[in-house]
Each structure stands twice: as C-alpha cells, then as structure tokens.
Design a protein around this ligand. Structure first.
Ligand code: FE2
Length: 215
C-alpha cells in the first residue's frame, strides 16, 4: 500500500516520475549552465564533404542590419547548408540515439573562408513554429565539429572563445545564449547543428554531459 514515503511513481494516482520532476531540475540547470561540451565518435568519416550544400541568406534581417550598422559591410554572412529538406545521412542515427532530444532537427553547415557570423542569438523561428512550442520551452542547440580545428576557424559562446577542437567535439547552449562564428582561414569549416528539446523523462546524466561523456 502506498505511503507518504513511496516515490511519486509508485503512488496510486500519482504522477509518474519523469517529465515533471526532471523537467524542474532541467530548467534550473539549463539556466545555470548556459553552455557546455560533449564528444562524439567520428561516425561520418568524410561523407560530410560530398553533400550538395546550398547557400541561403541569414534568416534574421534585424540582426543582420545591426551587424551592418556596426561596420560589417559587404560581408559574406552565411555559409552553405544541407538540411532536413534533403535525405538524412545514415550516420545521423548515432546522434538520434545518444542525444535525448524531442523534435530532433539537424542541419549540416559549411563555412567557406571569408564567412563571418557576428554575435547573435538563435531565434529558432521555424523550429518553434513547426512544433508549436510553448514560450518557456528550453531549446538546446548542439554544434559538432566534423573535422579537427584548422587555422582561422572560430567560434565563441557567451564571450568564451573555442579553438583547437578535435574532430567530434560538440558544444551546446540553451535558448538565446549569444555566440558567433567565423572562418578567416584557408579551408572550409564543417559543422553539424542539432536542435531539440530535452526529453525531460530522461535522468540528468543523459542531458548534463557533465563527465566528459564520449558517445
Ligand atoms: Fe547561431
């Protein structure tokens, strides 16, 4: 028979542990831990180089105007995209398996030399719309580096510079954490971007990536 000491999941008529309990922890943790790191096995080989990327304009005209006002004139602002409108690379299943995300969305991004993406916060406009997300949903974005760092490749998250990465390193942030990227080097810069909402029924070790997890 259920008593006050019985965990909620076992209480008759109680809410199952999961969404409610972990969700509370997750929201406060995400607020405190604005960004983090995680590492993945290189399951993509060199296949990311052979995809038909296309160039599309930056999706936030207001932000782009603020860059131009700040002096970024005649810049190439976006790289080339291969996204979910195309067939999914077979190795994406690795990420689907290891990242506990609802509404898992991916895009591959190629930044040729000369591309800059000055400081901005992601708006997730299309993502919010497609999945009709409530305003307080904590959206997480991963950027996974598909090759070892090469000269001139850059990213900065919440004023913290990141360079010298090894292939398979990923960074992630929550919501509107500001970041920037650039390629002022000699070679193309390839990343995988994954966007989603944490599955709050998963225990914290699945979404915290606190122990240098290598997937
Ligand atoms: Fe961004």
């Amino acid at each position: 028979m259920a008593t006050q000491d019985t965990p909620p999941s076992k209480r008759l008529g109680g809410e199952p542990i999961g969404a409610t309990e972990y969700g509370k922890w997750y929201k406060s943790w995400a607020d405190h831990r604005r960004w983090g790191e995680v590492w993945f096995t290189r399951v993509w080989g060199d296949t990311h180089r052979d995809l038909p990327y296309i160039n599309e304009p930056f999706n936030d005209a207001v932000t782009q105007k603020s860059w131009e006002d700040r002096g970024f004139q005649n810049q190439r602002f976006t790289g080339d995209l291969y996204d979910m409108r195309n067939p999914e690379p077979e190795w994406m299943s690795h990420f689907r398996r290891w990242l506990p995300m609802r509404h898992f969305s991916w895009s591959l991004y190629r930044m040729p030399p000369g591309t800059v993406l000055p400081e901005h916060s992601d708006t997730y406009g299309r993502f919010r719309e497609i999945y009709s997300l409530p305003a307080d949903a904590v959206i997480r974005r991963y950027v996974v580096f598909l090759e070892n760092w090469q000269s001139g490749h850059y990213i900065e998250i919440d004023d913290a510079p990141v360079v010298n990465w090894i292939c398979g390193k990923g960074v992630f942030w929550h919501g509107d954490v500001p970041h920037m990227a650039a390629n002022i080097g000699r070679t193309d810069r390839y990343t995988l971007q994954i966007t989603g909402v944490i599955d709050e029924s998963m225990p914290p070790w699945r979404w915290q990536h606190a122990n240098n997890n290598f997937f």
